[in-house]
Design a protein around this ligand. Sequence first.
Ligand SMILES: O=c1ccn([C@H]2C[C@H](O)[C@@H](COP(=O)(O)OP(=O)(O)OP(=O)(O)O)O2)c(=O)[nH]1
Ligand SMILES: [Mg+2]
Length: 173
Amino acid sequence: MPEAMTLHSWPSLPPVVQILLKRLDDGVPVPSYARPGDAGADLCTSVDVRLGPGERALVPTGVAIALPEGYVALVHPRSGLALRHGLSIVNAPGTVDAGYRGEVKVLLVNTDPRTPVELSRGDRVAQLVVQRVERAEFEVVDDLPASERGVGGYGSTGGFGPSGSGPDQTTST
Ligand SMILES: O=c1ccn([C@H]2C[C@H](O)[C@@H](COP(=O)(O)OP(=O)(O)OP(=O)(O)O)O2)c(=O)[nH]1
Ligand SMILES: [Mg+2]
């Protein structure tokens, strides 16, 4: 991207989807995008939390949403908090279904083996990525169509080296 070009000048920003949002706690900021072009809107905790090493907690965000049919909201970790504090999400990414009307919550975990993580009410602890989603119809068959991969998985193309270097030495797939 040329230096002078900002996302504002892009002709093809993704379309906006309207999502109804109910504030359950007026003191907590609603989810918002930190910068144009961000995929995730930051979610804030509505409570103070202290997570000891290895501890997890279900943290409320003070908001409930009504997604349109055909959409899902995924609760993702924030990479800066993961890098600096080892803060992650147990069920990453968390799934907020279109029919869910309860409070959006974040299942945080402190993966650091030594240092506690202290979070204050209003801190941005996760990010919400809204996506379109397909609904599948599962058709039971006796045989699946052949494919090049077949049943190979779990390292069948090799480890860190170039693909084709053979299965990982430590796995048998
Ligand atoms: O990170 C998350 C994950 C889930 N939820 C809410 C919204 C979602 O629609 C509901 C159920 O989530 P999920 O389907 O992942 O959990 P489950 O264990 O399958 O519960 P259920 O039986 O209620 O579907 O919980 C959140 O607020 N945050
Ligand atoms: Mg479920």
